[in-house]
Design a binder for this molecule. Structure first.
Ligand code: APR
Length: 314
């Protein structure tokens, strides 16, 4: 059987850690690409990771490069290129720099891996994913963004911390943009099959929701030199696995919603069936009035960001 090829553009914290999780799970051969100004860096990280493989026994090729020719014919391409947040910055503050970087990366990926599924990780996520769709001209199902898997993982982690129970038993779902307006759905959160609202009182749940919304900023303020990477990379690797192994996982991703949820042609976080074709189906969940209002507010902030991006990239 032909081995899958996964290319990761941007060999910084999120990119290199994604390479680590993907290689360790033997999802396929991994190519790590960065800019020529840091030529040795992706090569060094790839070699270092490959040298770990005899110890842990993962058997895949890992290549570092600055040349898109090495990414030729990838099945999945992960875009992490760009700058990360520093304390005091919102994801939206990255818009102008990352729109240029992500636009140029997307043009290269469209040429070198025209049949790939692209997972965008660079922030501000929903706008960057829209940029990749515009530049590549790929069908929307093959361009998606990583955010919801990370945000629900944070929501699940905080619920497990509150109940002092296994994270494995906590299920959750979340909608909306990858920002402070995201909408964690209490109605879809459960612990061992029990609705979370039966186990955690309302006031505490609201605190957990607020912490989830600001989960990225919490890590930025602790690290001080950059933003989160272990959990974002783990979330990305889970999405890569769903695609490469055609698992048809039901996960929240930034997907292009047109008639779905009445969004009208923007990327927002929604539950999807994720398989080898990319986004195979968007699932519409019922929301109560409060959740619907929060979702609409979140979609509005994504639209505003995309409008600002259009002004910057025209
Ligand atoms: N092509 C390829 N790589 C690029 C390009 C480009 N045009 N421009 C920048 N890069 C690389 C940088 O050289 C750097 O190695 O992207 C990498 C980014 O790595 P970090 O600075 O460590 O940032 P990281 O924490 O990985 O975050 C990357 O993911 O979660 C998001 O908000 C985060 O937008 C940020 C992105």
């Amino acid at each position: 059987m032909k081995r899958a090829k996964i290319s990761i553009i941007g060999a910084g914290n999120v990119g290199a850690t994604t390479a680590h999780w993907c290689a360790a799970a033997e999802l396929g051969d991994v190519v790590l690409l960065d800019i020529p100004q840091v030529e040795g860096m992706p090569k060094g990280k790839a070699l270092d990771l490959f040298e770990a493989s005899p110890i842990f026994g993962f058997d895949v090729k890992i290549t570092g490069t600055t040349d898109y020719a090495d990414t030729q014919g990838s099945d999945v391409v992960v875009i992490t290129a760009g700058i990360a947040r520093k304390p005091g910055m919102s994801r939206d503050d990255l818009l102008s720099t990352n729109a240029k970087i992500v636009g140029s990366v997307a043009a290269e990926v469209a040429k070198s891996s025209p049949d790939s599924v692209i997972i965008v990780v660079s922030n501000p996520l929903d706008a960057m994913t829209q940029r990749v769709l515009q530049v590549t001209g790929f069908p929307a199902r093959r361009v998606l963004g990583q955010a919801g898997v990370l945000d629900t993982a944070r929501f699940r982690a905080f619920i497990a911390m509150e109940l002092n129970c296994s994270v494995e038993d906590v299920q959750a779902m979340l909608l909306g943009g990858h920002g402070d307006t995201m909408v964690p759905l209490v109605s879809c959160a459960s612990v061992g099959g029990i609705p979370v609202s039966q186990l955690i009182e309302e006031e505490k749940l609201q605190t957990i929701i607020e912490r989830t919304r600001k989960g990225g900023a919490e890590i930025v303020s602790l690290l001080k030199t950059g933003s989160a990477f272990y959990a974002p990379a783990a979330a990305t690797a889970q999405m890569v696995e769903a695609i490469i192994r055609d698992k048809k996982r039901i996960v929240p991703v930034a997907a292009f919603c047109d008639s779905e949820y009445g969004v009208g042609g923007y990327y927002v976080g929604v539950p999807v069936v994720l398989g080898s074709k990319g986004v195979e189906r968007i699932l519409e969940v019922q929301m109560n009035d409060e959740e619907r209002a929060a979702f609409e507010k979140s979609v509005l902030s994504v639209k505003e960001l995309v409008t600002s991006m259009a002004a910057l990239t025209e």
